[in-house]
Write a protein that binds this ligand. Structure first.
Ligand SMILES: [Zn+2]
Length: 529
C-alpha cells in the first residue's frame, strides 16, 4: 500500500490503513486550497486514487466518502468518474456543556441538565466523552463542537484542553470553547486562574454586576421551572466597566494563543443583566425595553452584546485568523428587530447564531422571509436548535427522543431562508438509536439541505435497522412513544414485543439499535406509563 501525503494527512491515512490493511493500493492525499472547507474531489487514474480536499477537513471527508463507497474492498474503478462533495451549510456544529456530555457510558458521574454544575466524573471522563464525540463528528462531517466548561481544573485544566484540541484538529473537527462576556466564568470556567470570573471578581469586587432581579431564566417550551442555586458559578461582572472588557479581551487573546482552538462561541450571558446606571443608560432603547418586559422577559441584553462583541472578535481573529467566531443572538427574537442600530457595529465574518425553541421555530419556518435574513446587519447567520434536547419538552425532555425530522427540517428550511449553518445539542451518546439516527439526520441534511426524507430513510436508516420495512416500523414506534408522555400498559407491552422481535431477527449494530428502543419501552412498562 502506498499513501502519498500520509505525513500531512495523518488521520486520513490511518483510516485507510485501518479499513484495508495491506494490499495493492495506491492513494494520493492532497490539500487543494481552491476548494472550500470540507469540500473534496475523488478521482482515479489507472488504479491510483487521488483525494483532493479543501482546508482543514476536506481530505478526511473525502476518505470517509471512499470508505463508505468501498467498505469491504478498495475499488479505484468507482472513481473513474470523479466523485465530489461540498457542505450545503458551511457551519455545522454541536453545542455542549462538559458536565452533561455523556458519550462514554462506562463511567460514573452522568448529569443531564444544568448550566451551573460541578464536574462529577473522574478527571479522565472529559477526554473519554469528547474524543468519542470528535470521532463521530469526523466520520459524519460535522464541522465543530462548542464546549462550555472547556477549561476546568477538575478535568485536567489547560493540558487536557490542549490535548483535546490536538486530537480534534488531527481529525478535522473544530473545538470551539463557549464563553460569555462577564458571565459563565469568563474564559476559564472553573479554577483558581486569572481568567476565571469568580477569581477575578474576588480581587475586583467593585466590578461585580448590580443585578436587581434574581439570576436565571425559564423556557416556555419546557414543562417545569429551572433551578439556579447561587454559587461561584453564578456571578457576573458589569459589562460597562472598561476594566471588565479589558480583562475579557486579554483572556480571549490568551485563549486563542494558548489552545489550537477552531473557534469561540461568544454570548452575553443569559441569566441576568447588570442594572447599574451605565448599563441602564446604554440599554435605554424601546426595543430592548419591550423585550425585557412581561411578554418575553429576556434575561440578556442585545445592546451589551453589540457594544462588546467586536473587540473580542478582533482580539481572537488577530491570533488565529481562521477561527469560527459564533456570536450568540439568544432566543426567539429573530422576528423582532432588537438593537438593530447597535448591531450595525457587529463585524461581517462572525457567525450570527439565532436560537429557537420549538414553538418559535414553528413561527420562524413560516413567517421568516429570506430577504429579511439577507438584509440583517449581521452576516452570515445560522440557526441553533434549543429543542430536541433537555431544554424543551415535558418532564421526560426531548434529549433521547427521535429528533431526526426536527433536525432535517431546520437544515432544509433554514437553508431556504438563507441560513448558513445549524447548531444542535450533541451531549447524549449515540449508543441510543433514537439519538444516533437523529444525529445522522443532522449530519446528512446539514451537508445536503436538498436531501429528501424518503431517500434518507431508504439509504441511511434502512441499512442500519434491518431493511426498509423495519426502518419505517422503528420510526413509527419511536414517534408514538415521543408523542405520548403516558401510554396504556397493554400498548407499551405490544410495542415492546415488536421491538424485541425485530431485535431477535437481527445481529450486530442493527440489533443494538432495536435493543435500545426496546429498553426505552421496557423502562416505561416498569414505570407503568
Ligand atoms: Zn453595569
Amino acid at each position: 500500500m502506498t499513501i502519498a501525503g500520509a505525513d500531512t494527512h495523518v488521520h486520513a491515512a490511518r483510516r485507510i490503513r485501518e479499513s484495508y490493511g495491506s494490499g495493492d493500493i495506491a492513494i494520493t492525499l492532497q490539500l487543494d486550497p481552491s476548494l472550500s472547507e470540507g469540500e473534496y474531489i475523488i478521482s482515479a487514474d489507472a488504479g491510483h486514487v487521488i483525494i483532493s480536499g479543501g482546508p482543514f477537513s476536506g481530505v478526511i471527508y473525502g476518505v470517509e466518502e471512499l470508505l463508505a463507497r468501498c467498505p469491504d474492498r478498495f475499488d479505484a474503478g468507482q472513481f473513474a468518474t470523479p466523485v465530489t462533495g461540498k457542505p450545503g451549510l458551511p457551519y455545522r456544529s454541536y453545542w455542549t456543556w462538559d458536565h452533561s456530555t455523556n458519550w462514554e457510558l462506562s463511567q460514573i458521574g452522568h448529569q443531564e441538565i444544568g448550566v451551573f454544575n460541578p464536574y462529577q466524573k473522574p478527571p479522565g471522563g472529559f477526554h473519554a466523552d469528547y474524543k468519542r464525540l470528535v470521532d463521530f463528528c469526523s466520520r459524519h462531517r460535522i464541522g465543530g463542537i462548542i464546549v462550555y466548561g472547556f477549561l476546568r481544573d477538575s478535568h485536567g485544566g489547560i493540558e487536557a484542553a490542549q490535548e483535546l484540541c490536538r486530537y480534534a484538529n488531527e481529525r478535522g473537527v473544530r473545538i470551539i470553547p463557549g464563553i460569555a462576556i462577564g458571565a459563565y466564568g469568563g474564559v476559564y470556567w472553573e479554577g483558581k486562574h486569572r481568567f476565571n470570573l469568580s477569581t477575578w471578581l474576588k480581587a475586583n469586587p467593585q466590578h461585580a454586576a448590580k443585578m436587581s432581579r434574581d439570576i436565571g431564566f425559564q423556557i416556555a417550551d419546557l414543562a417545569f421551572p429551572l433551578n439556579f442555586p447561587h454559587s461561584d458559578y453564578t456571578v457576573s461582572a458589569c459589562p460597562s466597566a472598561p476594566e471588565t472588557i479589558d480583562w475579557m479581551e486579554e483572556a480571549v487573546a490568551w485563549l486563542a494563543e494558548t489552545f489550537e482552538i477552531g473557534g469561540i462561541n461568544i454570548e452575553s450571558g443569559d441569566y441576568g443583566v447588570c442594572d447599574c446606571d451605565r448599563c441602564t443608560a446604554r440599554r435605554a432603547n424601546d426595543a430592548e425595553a419591550a423585550r425585557r418586559g412581561e411578554a418575553h422577559g429576556d434575561s440578556w441584553s442585545h445592546t451589551d452584546m453589540a457594544e462588546n462583541f467586536p473587540r473580542l472578535y478582533r482580539a481572537a481573529k488577530a491570533k488565529r485568523p481562521d477561527l469560527w467566531i459564533y456570536c450568540e443572538m439568544q432566543w426567539d427574537n429573530l422576528l423582532d428587530p432588537v438593537a438593530t442600530e447597535a448591531q450595525h457595529k457587529l463585524p461581517v465574518g462572525a457567525i450570527y447564531q439565532h436560537t429557537a425553541n420549538r414553538s418559535f421555530w414553528k413561527r420562524l419556518r413560516s413567517e421568516l422571509d429570506p430577504s429579511y435574513v439577507a438584509s440583517l446587519p449581521t452576516q452570515p447567520n445560522v440557526l441553533r436548535c434549543q429543542f430536541a434536547s433537555q431544554w424543551n419538552g415535558d418532564e421526560r425532555t426531548e434529549r433521547y427522543a427521535f429528533n431526526a425530522r426536527s433536525f432535517a427540517d431546520m437544515a432544509t428550511r433554514g437553508a431556504e431562508l438563507g441560513m448558513q449553518g445549524l447548531t444542535v445539542w450533541g451531549e447524549a451518546s449515540d449508543y441510543h438509536a433514537t439519538v444516533e439516527l437523529s444525529y445522522l439526520a443532522f449530519a446528512r441534511f446539514s451537508w445536503n439541505p436538498n436531501l429528501q426524507w424518503d431517500d434518507f430513510v431508504a439509504h441511511e436508516l434502512a441499512p442500519r435497522l434491518g431493511g426498509q420495512a423495519a426502518a419505517e416500523r422503528f420510526i413509527a414506534i419511536a414517534e408514538e412513544l415521543d408523542a405520548h408522555q403516558r401510554l396504556a400498559s397493554y400498548r407499551l407491552r405490544a410495542l415492546q414485543d415488536d421491538a424485541l422481535a425485530a431485535m431477535t431477527a437481527l445481529s450486530g449494530e442493527p440489533a443494538r439499535r432495536w435493543l435500545t428502543l426496546a429498553e426505552q419501552i421496557a423502562r416505561r412498562v416498569h414505570m407503568g406509563r
